[in-house]
Design a protein around this ligand. Structure first.
Ligand SMILES: Cc1cc2nc3c(=O)[nH]c(=O)nc-3n(C[C@H](O)[C@H](O)[C@H](O)COP(=O)(O)OP(=O)(O)OC[C@H]3O[C@@H](n4cnc5c(N)ncnc54)[C@H](O)[C@@H]3O)c2cc1C
Length: 357
């Protein structure tokens, strides 16, 4: 690869939108993605649906619809992203992991290697392989997402092979006793799907009751009904202190039989590239400090786009639907144009846009 105006790291929906916009603006782009196009959706359990409506997650103005006007599945969305890449003839270098970014007097040098999978999810290899290559760029956009590894509970036995932070294809759980640790939306959805797939489900949640602000309004009533009917077990106000091969031990001293343990306790962001570049982070969630008119970080020439802006969100506020606006901001800044709009608050207030859907 040769020198380019902009290097984009990350081939999720926002990276793709940026590539299309920057290419249209006549910028030369190197777009590097550690896995396939839309890697993040490839690790969702098959059949998992978005909670966002299709039109809100459509990119580059390409319509996205479903046969039943419902929410789209991760696999359908991943295929849609591939179609968008094809439609705009975008050059996305897939299975290419950026491992180091250095600042130079002229801009940045990105060092990359081949990668067996994308960054984040259960199959993230953690590093590339083979010979190293580099690309030089005047600007860098990190559209790297933020759901890279599970948030550990910190209990004994969490590293056992039957413990996972990721729901897999639900058919694997038929007839199995599954303990779900967590009580937010992902735990609630997993519990319902696993029950319907023939698993024996027990939810262990540290809260005394579910928080209706943390579970989608169409999911919570069904979960509560299934618990009331005794079809899904629920142990509120409990913390798992130890996982053993055949059960989990709670802080109450009780033991719950478990063939599989799903720790659905949130995700952490891989900060490697931020740290290498010296991007300033703030707050408990360690989100990058940004100029919200341009999305430029504390390092001149380094921009952050998409959910990467949110840091390790424990209460997600940055979604696809409120990240589209990053694209224009970054394009205008790199093209040296002004910012033609009044700003809303991307990092805090836009959670509201989601609630209003
Ligand atoms: C079950 C579930 C349901 C969800 N539902 C919704 C929803 O309804 N609406 C919504 O908006 N969001 C939803 N999300 C979150 C959604 O996944 C993100 O909003 C979306 O993926 C963010 O897009 P992005 O382009 O910012 O980042 P991502 O799609 O995460 O893309 C980042 C990409 O960067 C690549 N990458 C990272 N580091 C490197 C590197 N060093 N080198 C090369 N490539 C790299 C990764 O491989 C990845 O492909 C959901 C998530 C889950 C798990």
């Amino acid at each position: 690869m040769h020198n380019v105006d902009v290097a984009i790291v990350g081939g999720g929906p926002i990276g793709i939108e940026l590539n299309a916009a920057l290419s249209k603006a006549g910028k030369s782009v190197a777009h590097l993605e550690a896995g396939r196009v839309g890697h993040t959706f490839a690790w969702w359990a098959p059949g998992t649906k978005f909670f966002s409506s299709p039109e809100r997650i459509a990119v580059c103005g390409v319509p996205l619809s479903t046969p039943d006007q419902g929410k789209v599945t991760g696999e359908a969305y991943q295929a849609y992203l591939v179609d968008v890449v094809k439609q705009f003839s975008l050059d996305v270098r897939t299975f290419t992991r950026v491992e180091k970014i250095e600042r130079t007097d002229a801009g940045f040098v990105l060092r990359y290697r081949r990668s067996a999978e994308g960054v984040g999810g259960p199959s993230d290899p953690g590093a590339g392989f083979g010979e190293g290559h580099e690309v030089k760029a005047s600007h860098v956009v990190l559209a790297i997402g933020n759901m890279h590894r599970g948030r550990l509970v910190g209990c004994e036995g969490e590293d056992l092979p039957h413990v996972s932070h990721y729901l897999e294809d639900v058919t694997r759980y038929f007839g199995r006793r599954v303990v779900i640790v967590g009580g937010k939306n992902s735990a609630a959805e997993a519990a319902i799907r696993l029950y319907r797939a023939g698993a024996h489900v027990m939810i262990c949640y540290r809260g005394e009751r579910f928080d209706s602000d943390r579970i989608k309004y169409w999911v919570l009533p069904e979960l509560e009904w299934l618990i009331e009917k005794g079809r899904i077990g629920f142990m509120p106000g409990t913390n798992v202190v130890r996982v053993a091969a055949e059960d989990v031990e709670l802080d109450s001293g009780e033991r719950v039989a478990a063939d599989d343990v799903l720790m659905l306790t949130g995700y952490l962001q891989n900060r490697t590239l931020f740290d290498q570049l010296g991007v300033e982070l703030t707050g408990e969630v360690e989100r990058p400090v940004l100029d919200r008119t341009t999305m430029e970080s504390s390092v001149p020439g380094v921009y952050i786009a998409g959910t990467a802006c949110g840091g390790s969100q424990n209460r997600a506020k940055v979604f696809i639907e409120n990240s589209h606006v990053h694209v224009d901001r970054i394009c205008n800044s790199i093209a040296g144009q002004g910012v033609p709009w009044e700003l809303d608050d991307v990092l805090e207030g836009l959670g509201k846009a989601h609630e209003e859907q």
